[in-house]
Design a protein around this ligand. Sequence first.
Ligand SMILES: Cc1cc2nc3c(=O)[nH]c(=O)nc-3n(C[C@H](O)[C@H](O)[C@H](O)COP(=O)(O)OP(=O)(O)OC[C@H]3O[C@@H](n4cnc5c(N)ncnc54)[C@H](O)[C@@H]3O)c2cc1C
Length: 464
Amino acid sequence: MPAKSFDVIVIGAGPGGYVSAIRAAQLGLNVAIVERENLGGICLNWGCIPTKAMLRSAEVFHLMHRAKEFGLKAEGIGYDLDAVVKRSRGVAKQLSSGVAHLMKKNKVTVVMGAATLSAPGRVSVRTDTGTEDLQAASIVIATGARARELPGLEADGDLVWTYRHALQPKRMPKKLLVIGSGAIGIEFASFFNTLGADTTVVEVMDRILPVEDAEISAFAKKQFLKQGMKILEGATVRKLDRAPGKVSAHIESGGKTEVTEFDTVISAVGIVGNVEGLGLEALGVRIDRTHVVTDEFCRTGVPGLYAIGDIAGAPWLAHKASHEGVMVAELIAGGHPHPIKPGSIAGCTYCQPQVASVGLTEARAREKGYEVKVGRFPFIGNGKAIALGEAEGFVKTVFDAKTGELLGAHMVGAEVTELIQGFVIGRALETTEADLMETIFPHPTLSEMMHESVLDAYGRALHF
Ligand SMILES: Cc1cc2nc3c(=O)[nH]c(=O)nc-3n(C[C@H](O)[C@H](O)[C@H](O)COP(=O)(O)OP(=O)(O)OC[C@H]3O[C@@H](n4cnc5c(N)ncnc54)[C@H](O)[C@@H]3O)c2cc1C
């Protein structure tokens, strides 16, 4: 059978791929998308969305325990883990079906199967019923990533879990070890700890949430410790000895190794790109460790071949993947999109308290030679935070003392993952301290703390 012809073929239907397909179709291109598992990719099925559904259950559970503080009564508070998971899977399914609807609406041809680049401009798809050949002048690789497995710490789905197992746990861990304190590790630690698991987090770096501003990491750590979590920083899990129903973890810290027993381990030590089996090497695509090397427009160097999202490297975030998808679609359609500014991509962690940031940390700004002005404002100084019963946290802003440019914003506390976008817009518009100080923030809102933090950087905070 002759190959079916399209203007664009997108491989992988995660937030990078499916958004790219929609934008390309909007621009009048004839688009096919190939997906081997679920429309929506990791994000909608095994990442961003189902984790947030589970964390919401934990948050409600936590609030139910605080009912008395709000003048309410809640008795016999408990949870049904299967029902929590069922809700999370239902939310994921709903969104994945939504992507199917969007593909139909935008007349994108969906081919379910595993794609390989068989020759320049040619894609061969292994489907349930055989092989389908497609061709297009432009091909977008958006095959994403999967959990990194370290030797000796490999997941087995029973005692040692990756995020996929942790999203559909067969049992509630009693004594849980989480290896890695990046966003994924900390979110699972927060979820299981809130539901009552005796949770230990081991982080190889000298502090948890190591990419965040040091003050944010320290504040979050204090809150987690208060919630009963155990945290080992500058520590390495060297070995896991598995026996029926238990794992003995050899944890090295400060030159000493201790062996501690757990019934469950979650390995959250990073991700690796899905570069294998695509035929990339044969086409001359450069791969650095497990990521495709691209330029600032996601071009691979092979004419007509682009790579976006997790497969194209850090930051491994859905909104980065989607934005690259749009940019590439516009490029293919003959547009002149702007390259992505990595410093304007916010990172959010939905633990309790939440953490969110954009731009440079204070330390990084100083390392880069900036003379900085730093502002801080605590949740305790904000009326809305107190009314919500969420008075723990703070907002920190970092400015270039010479120009007033907002270099970075860092937050920890309730709903900061919603607030951060205000500063993202600020950075996108190259906002200075003067613009932010002149902005009128609505009252009473948590966003007023963003204003106050800016004012504080210039010695003008009003409510603290
Ligand atoms: C537990 C967890 C929580 C997360 N939470 C967040 C969050 O809160 N916010 C955030 O921004 N990010 C979060 N992420 C990261 C986010 O999920 C990824 O950054 C995002 O999914 C990347 O999108 P993508 O389109 O590049 O790839 P993916 O979403 O990984 O999609 C790639 C798709 O390609 C398909 N595929 C792979 N190879 C082939 C092939 N050969 N043929 C056909 N199809 C193929 C895969 O099946 C997959 O569906 C989280 C990740 C995890 C694991």
